[in-house]
Design a protein around this ligand. Structure first.
Ligand code: G4P
Length: 530
C-alpha cells in the first residue's frame, strides 16, 4: 500500500514539472531559430547552429527527407526534451508548411499549450489563423512571441489590435519594446517596470548579455525611446491589457513577449514564461468524459506515426503522448483498438533526428514506439485499466485525386504503400461503394499528394499517376442518410479505410442545395473550410 502511495506521489511530482508545448507560426517567422535558442538557453546545446547541422545531415538518413530539404520545409515532427530550471520541457515540433496542416493539428492534440511566433513585419498571416482555430477548439492556452524586432516592422500596438481582431484572443503584453522595430534595444518588463537592455552576441551563437537597469536610470539613458515605451505601457495599463493567468488558461488572453530570436533577445523571458505560465499536464478526459487521473495506471495515445525514418532499418515509429502513470521501458501495453498486447522494449525518445532509448516517462512526455506497425493515429494504449480517448478532430478534405499504379506488375507494392501511408495519415484513402475501383485520395493540401507520390516511388518502388476527379467538397454521413443521399446526381458515396462514409460533392453550391433539401440530415462536423 505504501509503495502505491509513494509511486503515485512521484508520478504527480514528475507530472507537475512537465511543460509540453508546440511552437506554431507561419513559415519563416522564426520557429526553428527560436527552438534552437530555447535549447541554447536551457543548456541542452552549447552553441547555436547544432540543430541546423543535424537537419543538414537528415538527407543521408532518409531519401524521403531529401525532398523536405530541397523545399526547405519540415515534413517530420520530432519531440525534443530538455530540462530548464526545475522543469522538464517537451517541445513538440510542428511542420511549418501550410499544406501539412493536418499533421500539425494532430501534434496540437498532444500538447498542453502553444507558443505562437509572429514576424513583427508581417503580423497575423493566413496560416496562423487556421492554426488558431484548432488551438481554440482544443482549448489550448497560447503565449505570443513578437519576433524579429531587430528589423524594421509594424507598430507593436497596431499588431495587438490585429491579433485581437483576427484571432479573437486578447494579447496581454508582459514585455514591451524600448525602441521601434529595427532600433530595438531592450524591453520593459510590465510586471516589475524595470528595463532589460540587450546586447548582441556574435551572430546570436551564445547567450545575449542582458543588463537589468532601474526604470529611473533607463529613463535618462534611453531618452525619447523610453518615454514612448512608458507611454505605451500606460495605455496598456489603462485598457487593462495585463496578464491574467486564469483567462490565459481559458484561451481568452495571450501573454505577449517581444524580442529577436536570432539575436537571443527576449528568449530567456519567453522560456521562463514556458515554465511559469504554461500549465503542467492535466488529467485527460476519456471518450465517456471521465477524467483519468495523472497517477492512474499508464495510458497514452498515438498522435503521430512515421515510417521508414531510416532506410537502413525500415521501421515504424508511433509517437505516444503519456497521459497517466509511469512508463518504464519494457512494460507491456494493451492496444485499445485490438486488445492485443504491445511490447515497449524498443521505446525511444528523439533529440533532433537522433534517437536514444527512453527508460522512463511521465504524463506530458512523448515516447517513440518502434516497430509499431499495428498502431494507428489516435489509438489508445494502456496498462491494467482500459481507456479510450476521444477521437481526433477531422478536417474536411478539400482536394481529391484518383490514383493508379503505372506498372500493374507493382500492384502489390502499391497496395502496401497505400495502406502504410494511409495509416500514417499522409492523406485519406477513399473507395467508391459502387463504381470505379481505383482509390480516391483526399487531402487538405496539395503537398500531401506530392509526398504520397514521392514516397510511393522511393519507399515502395511503385510509380503512380493521378487522374482528376470532379469532387470539391466532402462530408461525413451515417449509413442511413447515405442510402438516400448517395443517389442524388452530382453526389458520390465513398468509404474510408476505417469504415467512415463520406459524401463527395462537385461543388460547395451542390452541398448547400443538398443541405437545404435535406434539413433532417446532420452533415458531420468536419473542421476546415470545405
Ligand atoms: P521557421 O522555422 O519559422 O520557418 O523560421 P526560421 O527559424 O527558419 O527563420 C526564417 C528566417 O528568419 C531565417 O533566415 C532566420 O535566420 C530568420 N530569423 C529568425 N529569427 C529572426 C530574428 O529575430 N531576426 C531576424 N532578422 N531574422 C530572424 P534565413 O535567411 O531564411 O536563414 P539563415 O540563413 O539565417 O539560416
Amino acid at each position: 500500500m505504501l509503495t502505491e502511495e509513494v509511486e503515485s506521489g512521484e508520478i504527480l511530482k514528475e507530472a507537475a514539472r512537465r511543460r509540453t508545448f508546440a511552437i506554431i507560426s507561419h513559415p519563416d517567422a522564426g520557429k526553428t531559430t527560436l527552438t534552437e535558442k530555447f535549447l541554447l538557453y536551457a543548456g541542452a546545446i552549447a552553441e547555436a547552429g547544432a540543430v541546423k547541422a543535424r537537419t543538414g545531415r537528415r538527407d543521408t538518413r532518409s531519401d524521403w527527407m531529401a525532398m523536405e530539404q530541397e523545399r526547405g520545409i519540415s515534413v517530420t515532427s520530432t519531440a525534443l526534451q530538455f530540462e530548464y530550471r526545475d522543469c522538464v520541457i517537451n517541445l513538440l515540433d510542428t511542420p511549418g508548411h501550410r499544406d501539412f496542416s493536418e499533421d500539425t493539428y494532430r501534434v496540437l492534440t498532444a500538447v498542453d499549450a502553444v507558443v505562437m511566433v509572429l514576424d513583427v513585419a508581417k503580423g497575423v498571416e493566413a496560416q496562423t489563423l487556421k492554426l488558431f482555430e484548432v488551438c481554440r477548439s482544443l482549448g489550448l492556452p497560447m503565449i505570443t512571441f513578437l519576433n524579429k524586432l531587430d528589423r524594421p516592422g509594424r507598430s507593436p500596438l497596431e499588431l495587438l489590435d490585429e491579433i485581437e481582431a483576427k484571432i479573437g484572443v486578447r494579447p496581454t503584453p508582459v514585455t514591451w519594446p524600448v525602441g521601434i522595430p529595427g532600433e530595438f534595444h531592450g524591453v520593459i518588463d510590465r510586471r516589475t517596470g524595470g528595463f532589460t537592455r540587450f546586447e548582441r552576441s556574435v551572430r546570436g551563437k551564445t547567450l545575449a548579455p542582458e543588463v537589468e537597469v532601474d526604470a529611473s536610470v533607463a529613463a535618462t539613458e534611453e531618452g525619447g525611446d523610453w518615454t514612448n515605451a512608458a507611454d505605451e505601457c500606460g495605455l496598456l495599463d489603462a485598457v487593462g491589457a495585463s496578464h491574467d493567468q486564469e483567462s490565459f488558461l481559458e484561451g481568452k488572453t495571450s501573454p505577449l513577449f517581444v524580442g529577436s530570436a536570432m539575436n537571443n533577445f527576449g528568449v530567456r523571458s519567453l522560456l521562463d514564461a514556458v515554465v511559469d505560465l504554461i500549465p503542467s499536464p492535466r488529467p485527460r478526459r476519456d471518450v465517456d468524459g471521465q477524467t483519468r487521473s495523472l497517477d492512474a495506471p499508464l495510458s497514452g495515445f498515438v498522435f503521430k506515426i512515421q515510417a521508414n525514418m531510416d532506410p537502413a532499418h525500415r521501421d515504424h515509429v508511433a509517437f505516444v503522448r503519456v497521459c497517466s502513470g509511469r512508463f518504464v521501458r519494457g512494460v507491456s501495453l494493451t492496444h485499445a483498438a485490438t486488445g492485443r498486447t504491445f511490447s515497449t522494449k524498443y521505446a525511444s525518445s528523439l533529440f533532433g533526428s537522433d534517437r536514444s532509448t527512453v527508460e522512463v516517462a511521465f504524463p506530458g512526455d512523448v515516447v517513440g514506439l518502434v516497430n509499431a506497425g499495428e498502431l494507428r493515429i489516435g489509438d489508445a494504449l494502456y496498462a491494467d485499466s482500459p481507456v479510450v480517448f476521444p477521437s481526433f478532430p477531422q478536417f474536411a478534405p478539400e482536394l481529391f485525386r484518383r490514383v493508379r499504379v503505372k506498372d500493374p506488375g507493382r500492384a502489390k507494392q502499391f497496395r502496401r504503400g497505400l495502406d502504410q501511408l494511409e495509416r500514417e495519415g499522409v492523406l485519406q484513402v477513399l473507395y467508391e461503394l459502387d463504381g470505379d475501383p481505383l482509390p480516391v485520395l483526399a487531402a487538405v493540401g496539395q503537398m500531401q499528394f506530392e509526398v504520397f507520390q514521392y514516397r510511393m516511388e522511393h519507399e515502395f518502388g511503385a510509380l503512380t499517376e493521378y487522374l482528376s476527379t470532379p469532387y470539391r467538397v466532402a462530408r461525413v454521413v451515417t449509413a442511413e442518410d447515405a442510402a438516400t443521399l448517395g443517389r442524388i446526381p452530382g453526389v458520390r458515396l465513398l468509404r474510408r479505410g476505417d469504415g467512415t462514409l463520406l459524401l463527395l460533392f462537385e461543388s460547395a453550391i451542390r452541398l448547400q442545395t443538398v443541405m437545404r433539401d435535406h434539413p433532417e440530415v446532420d452533415f458531420g462536423a468536419l473542421l476546415g473550410s470545405g
